[in-house]
Design a protein. Structure first.
Ligand code: G3H
Ligand code: 13P
Ligand code: ZN
Length: 332
């Protein structure tokens, strides 16, 4: 069931974080739904309530343009049908104004992100306000971004010296003036596989300061992949060439969630799982050229990875409680 993103946030806020996972293709879509229901293989009928989680499917502009945005929409609709127990939201990731309007008008998306974080403060507010007005008319919520994460996202690359943490006072003014429903904050993470060097890590002090000024307001952490060494090593052992690197430690997700980080964006980790499985499969079977040969183990591995991730986010086991929470209350 597709639900408004704000309903997921109301249930999760301060208790756990909702995983927001990017997808581009069918195998990722299937693995994602299975993983969020705690299923490993397609032939498992039963849903494991202790592993089931609400989630957000994120679609970037790159994903919308990879084949055709209508394929993604049709795939997600089919998955909703095939996995009727699931509860999830559909979200535009790193939207421009144009992409945001397209998604708002489509009637399919639960929420959109307008990312004008590269613009000066007032301009970022002005653009965000326009998108908020259009989105709210249709009951769609808006995520905006303030501060600059390092790394590459879509077609914009931000060097480490230009990345800057979100200023808490500015965050309050931004939310008030733009009317956005959630805010992506720069708190030390960056996009992609190369996040931290040495003792760098999440700036919990900054998250705390922002939450003090914006209590009960959902914050979003971009660049949240943990870049597990296990998957990087598997890629390299199967002929890849990724440098030694690290991401956000999974033990940091829940403490951040308790401080209001309600949406945690993960894309890179899924790509690493994909890359490792495809490399390993064809390396082990050099005479094979069937797309289903790596696709099948990938869907299972991705489902397992999602289920594991949801444990770290605290969202595993929350699906049935959310279902109850969303039931209309009887009028007494
Ligand atoms: O933040 C960016 C996401 O990882 C999406 O990446 O634009 O390559 O689809 P993409
Ligand atoms: P990662 O690159 O850490 O997976 O971040 C993804 C993201 O922020 C998508 O918006
Ligand atoms: Zn992002």
């Amino acid at each position: 069931m597709i639900v408004p993103t704000k309903d997921l946030f109301r249930h999760a806020y301060g208790k756990y974080a909702v995983g927001a996972y990017n997808i581009n293709n069918l195998e990722q879509c299937v693995g994602l739904f299975r993983g969020n229901l705690g299923k490993h293989e397609s032939n498992e009928d039963s849903v494991d309530p202790s592993r089931s989680a609400p989630f957000i499917i994120q679609i970037s502009r790159g994903a919308r343009g990879y084949t055709d945005k209508r394929f993604l929409e049709a795939m997600i609709r089919a998955a909703e049908d095939i996995f009727p127990e699931s509860i999830f939201a559909v979200h535009l990731d790193h939207g421009t104004e144009e992409a945001a309007y397209d998604c708002i008008e489509s009637g399919f998306y639960s929420s959109v992100m307008i990312d004008a974080s590269h613009e000066p403060f007032d301009k970022n507010i002005e653009i965000t306000r326009r998108v908020v007005d259009r989105a709210h008319e249709k009951g769609i919520s808006v995520e905006a971004e303030l501060g600059m994460l390092g790394g590459v996202e879509e077609d914009i690359e931000v060097s480490e010296e230009h990345a800057c943490l979100t200023d808490p006072d500015q965050a309050v003014e931004f939310v008030e003036r733009s009317g956005c429903d959630s805010l992506a904050v720069a708190i030390g993470t960056s996009h992609g596989a190369y996040k931290f060097k040495g003792s760098q890590g999440l700036h919990f002090d900054r998250i705390e300061q922002i939450q003090k000024l914006l209590p009960n307001y959902p914050l979003v952490m971009h660049g949240s992949s943990s870049v597990p060494k296990e998957w990087v090593d598997r890629i390299n052992q199967a002929g890849g060439n990724l440098p030694d690197t690290s991401g956000v430690p999974e033990k940091d997700y829940l403490p951040a969630a308790k401080l209001g980080v309600t949406k945690v964006n993960i894309d890179t980790d899924g790509r690493l799982v994909w890359c490792a499985i495809y490399r390993e499969t064809f390396l082990a079977k050099p005479d094979n050229f069937d797309p289903r040969t790596p696709g099948k183990p990938f869907m299972a591995a991705y489902a397992d990875y999602i289920a594991h991730k949801n444990q770290a986010l605290g969202s595993a086991g929350q699906l049935e409680s959310l279902r109850e929470f969303l039931q209309p209350q009887p009028v007494s």
